[in-house]
Write a protein that binds this ligand. Sequence first.
Ligand code: SF4
Ligand code: SF4
Length: 385
Amino acid sequence: MSILSPNYKIGEMRYKEFGKTGKKVSVLGFGGMRFDPKDEETAIRAVQRAAELGINYFDTAPGYCEDTSETFIGKALSALPKKKQKDIHISTKSHIGADPKADDVRRRIEDQLRKFKRDKIQFYNMWCILDLAQFKEIMAPGGPYEGVLKAKQEGLIEHICASTHASGEEIAEIVKAGVFEGITLGYNILNHEFRKEGMMAAAKAGCAVVTMNPLGGGMLTRDEEMLSVLKEDEADSFIAAALRFNLSHPEITVVLAGMKDAAEVEFNVKVAESVQEPDPEVVERLIKKFESLGESFCTGCRYCLEHCPEEIQIHLYAGLWDRVRMKLPEDAHRVYKVYLAGEDNWLKGKRASDCTQCGECEQACTQKLPIREYMENIAKFLGEE
Ligand code: SF4
Ligand code: SF4
């Protein structure tokens, strides 16, 4: 029975052990990347409502929501009764691009502690590891990991974690290094195949698994007609179904969902409480339903990259074009700006307009996407020269 059916009985928030840290966290985590930077009141209300409803894992980062997210979360949580604050865990991050040296990370942590009005941060992430090469840079002597380790020894942070956009295979390698107590990865019904190996390896190693982007970065929220196939019944919603997909995995510790106001918090809590036990059968059922759509999207697997003589970051441009296809053009522009801002890391100096239409990549594409058409369309859409 769907959670939106009138007779549905809601359960209670479920909590799980966060890896081997001894901490218990809510299966639904608050993603602090969707606030309106000009509306502090709504943001604070959303965070406090989440805490009232049992969410105790709050994820944020420098720069989120025009750099307001950490401040909003700090203000909202520090205003709660002291007793309540004790059970609440904050997760935040530092990126090697902005904080390349150990001392930079140290300065960052001091600033974050001020924003949170706390004397320690529970989960500190090496943010957005793109691949193994970047992982090595983070771990190099004098690099960011050294800074975060020192902060842990001094009691400023409790647990060192990572967030990553690497492939499942690379995530499995990163987990093997045994330096992180939790891994945050983008995982949803669109890209599950690509990240599954990493998720399973982390869970097997006793490392907490936090998933972000359960709605495919917004892609699963727009085409209601097409995605209605995911619904359990007429009263269900495909957004609830996409969240249920992640919540039903036994391997996942926390499902992060970006929430901008109290209404979204209440909706997501209701979905989380409707999944009282992880259930692999629900996962399989949803995968079959999604596959029945016959629609293909770029999963970000990157198998095509080594075939491109122009070294275009095909997966990024394909993801942008999928956003346009899913009626998210403004989102495509927003993400493209992020890529341009971190040009060296993301686009590696190549453009979709560099595509020579050779077709080499299409043989390798796991989703059999018409990549040449994708490149032509997205280059035009973005106005690349
Ligand atoms: S068709 Fe374009 S994107 Fe694909 S391999 Fe050739 S140059 Fe690269
Ligand atoms: S274009 Fe195809 S092969 Fe390349 S990343 Fe996307 S799904 Fe994978």
